[in-house]
Design a protein. Sequence first.
Length: 197
Amino acid sequence: MSATLILASASPRRRELLAASGVGFEIVPSTVAETRHPGELPEAFAQRLAREKAGDVAQQRPGRCVLAADTVVIAGAHLFGKPTDRDDARRMLRVLSGRTHRVLTAVALVQADGHIAETAVESEVEFRQLTAGEIEAYLDSGEPFDKAGAYAIQGLAQKFVIGVRGSYSNIIGLPMDEVLELLRRHCPPETATGMAP
């Protein structure tokens, strides 16, 4: 039997987190544009994108459970998704340097009957002060360019972090405790293979 769950994301981090939990799934990336509406609050933006991504793939695969997520980084008045280029990544890292920021992941699960279950999880990350040389070296590594906020906490950027509050997997891109609870409650039993009862 094919996996019931579809992950509407090409993110290798989300794939790894989900696979490590023992959930069976296949990947069908969404093509929804990650564009923020004027005046849209960060929480509303992330949740709308997660919902649209899940809905986009669910239309292609009716009758299947489809999981989507969107992660944003919030530092004061700044809202960061993935950087567009090196200059954008440098700008993000300069803003994050020496301060605490929030990482928000919104999750949407389209159930087999078409109903949508949603949740959002927020964590806090504190960066130490970064030197210009450290930022340039990190940019040279290539790691920042497909990550919200231009960093991977589980990668080379872990050396920048001096404090974390809340879900660590959320910062990577998928709050696994909450995701597994959504799957237990809203998807067929075969999706839950390997999950604790």
